[in-house]
Design a protein around this ligand. Structure first.
Ligand SMILES: Nc1nc2c(ncn2[C@@H]2O[C@H](COP(=O)(O)OP(=O)(O)O)[C@@H](O)[C@H]2O)c(=O)[nH]1
Ligand SMILES: Nc1ncnc2c1ncn2[C@@H]1O[C@H](COP(=O)(O)OP(=O)(O)O)[C@@H](O)[C@H]1O
Length: 210
């Protein structure tokens, strides 16, 4: 029969453009998609749950994981370390499940270097700079200084958009979620991801397939 390899769906954007909100809604609607929960040395925000939003760890532990090659990719973002634990991702992909990543351009480049054929990358743009700043403020979980730091970095992050396969402008969140679902559904049908296809087709051609 035909089965398929799981794919890695990566969402990147400047901070505040909506990756986290979009990811939550995608996970509610897509059964065969699971979130890659990153490790980070950043302090936990109010409302964030250990093990759901991130695994919050200290820098020594992070270094140990990196040294033991337990991270699929890792990077320093806004002065903190972030990384993707390797085990959960590899298990999901082997079982033919798709994995969703909320990671930055540095992490995306590392995944592309190691597994380009399994990667589907989406860059999310905010409708305007003004709206990006409004979203960062209304999230109201970061200090004024952190908001300013993230705004200062936004142009830098946005400059990496040409490295992504798909672009979604996140104006209306429900529409953005549907666009990313459409990308996911089409990518699942890519010939290259299908396992057992040549045998199946041979059966059709020689009449042995029933
Ligand atoms: N490379 C990499 N980047 C990550 C990882 N986890 C989160 N990030 C990125 O780190 C940046 C900061 O994330 P976060 O502190 O949650 O802030 P937010 O994006 O403003 O909610 C974002 O660009 C995330 O996509 C990871 O495991 N690896
Ligand atoms: N399309 C949208 N329209 C209006 N507000 C949005 C939209 N998408 C996200 N937001 C809001 O913007 C803020 C930042 O979104 P979030 O998902 O935390 O961004 P990111 O994970 O990219 O930093 C949150 O308060 C969220 O509710």
């Amino acid at each position: 029969m035909i089965t398929r390899r799981g794919l890695m769906l990566v969402l990147s954007s400047p901070s505040g453009a909506g990756k986290t909100s979009i990811s939550r809604k995608l996970l509610e609607r897509e059964d065969e998609l699971s979130m890659s929960v990153s490790v980070t040395t950043r302090p936990r925000r109010p409302g964030e749950v250990q093990g759901r939003d991130y695994l919050f760890i200290d820098p020594t532990e992070f270094q140990l994981m990196a040294n033991r090659n337990e991270l699929l990719e890792h990077a320093k973002v806004f002065g903190n370390y972030y990384g993707t634990p390797r085990g959960a991702v590899e298990e999901a992909l082997a079982a033919g499940k798709d994995v969703l990543f909320d990671i930055d351009w540095q992490g995306t480049q590392q995944l592309a270097a190691n597994a380009r054929q399994d990667l589907v990358s989406v860059f999310i743009l905010p409708p305007s700079t003004r709206e990006l700043e409004r979203r960062l403020r209304t999230r109201a979980q970061d200090s004024e200084e952190v908001v300013a730091q993230r705004m200062a970095k936004a142009a830098d992050e946005i400059s990496h958009y040409p490295e992504y396969q798909y672009i979604v402008l996140n104006d209306d969140i429900a529409a953005s979620v549907e666009k990313i679902r459409a990308i996911l559904h089409a990518e699942r049908l890519k010939r290259e991801r299908l396992v057992g296809l040549p045998d199946f087709v041979r059966g059709l051609q020689d009449g042995s397939g029933d």
